[in-house]
Design a protein around this ligand. Structure first.
Ligand SMILES: NC(=O)c1ccc[n+]([C@@H]2O[C@H](COP(=O)([O-])OP(=O)(O)OC[C@H]3O[C@@H](n4cnc5c(N)ncnc54)[C@H](OP(=O)(O)O)[C@@H]3O)[C@@H](O)[C@H]2O)c1
Length: 166
């Protein structure tokens, strides 16, 4: 899979080159990153292959609750980057009292709660880690489930706090 990193000059031309690479069997699937509703509405009519995936910033403080259903409704997979807020912001998110409280209820970590929250929203999530214990922990999220109330408590943490712009 190859993604176009962000909207910009000649992005349609770049995407068409990626479409050509698919036709030639050089890559299997293509997608976009940092595309939101307005950008998608303008971009999609200009290209042939529907993106398989759109990768955007998503974490409890920046939830994209209007964008996610729109993209999923197009039959495109949503993937979230910076699930823990990104380096420099993880202490705040992993130390968030609501998230920690939910984690304690399930006997898991705050990181696992955030990843599970994504999963239950149908969002593919890509945490970054150079620590093998964290990587194992981040994979171990399939034997507990957040309740609707817990999902709603995390949904209520949204404060439109974006941590990077492109
Ligand atoms: N498309 C885009 O525009 C875009 C922009 C930014 C990032 N991304 C992608 O998004 C992915 C994630 O980005 P990121 O790594 O910068 O941010 P992140 O996943 O939000 O945070 C990574 C930080 O969380 C820590 N961490 C990971 N697992 C943990 C755990 N279980 N417990 C405690 N701390 C934990 C890591 O430290 P340790 O190493 O110590 O575990 C690291 O400092 C990457 O693949 C990146 O390339 C994409």
């Amino acid at each position: 899979m190859m993604l176009l990193h962000h909207p910009g000059e000649n992005d349609v031309k770049a995407y068409k080159a990626m479409e050509q690479a698919v036709a030639e069997g050089k890559i299997r699937s293509i997608g976009l990153s940092n595309w939101y509703v307005e950008e998608l509405e303008e971009f999609l009519p200009q290209v042939t292959i529907k993106p398989s995936l759109v990768q955007n910033e998503i974490h409890p403080y920046y939830q994209e609750n209007d964008v996610i259903p729109y993209i999923q409704g197009l039959g495109i997979v949503v993937q979230g980057w910076y699930p823990f807020g990104g380096r420099g912001h993880t202490a705040e998110l992993l130390g968030d009292l609501t998230i920690s409280d939910i984690a304690n209820t399930h006997g898991v970590t705050s990181a696992q709660v955030i990843l599970r929250w994504n999963l239950q929203k149908g969002v593919v999530v890509i945490p970054g880690s150079g620590n093998s214990d964290h990587i194992r922990e981040n994979l171990d999220i399939f034997d507990f489930e957040l309740t609707d109330d817990e999902m709603n408590r995390i949904n209520a943490l949204d404060r439109g706090e974006k941590h990077d712009w492109y």
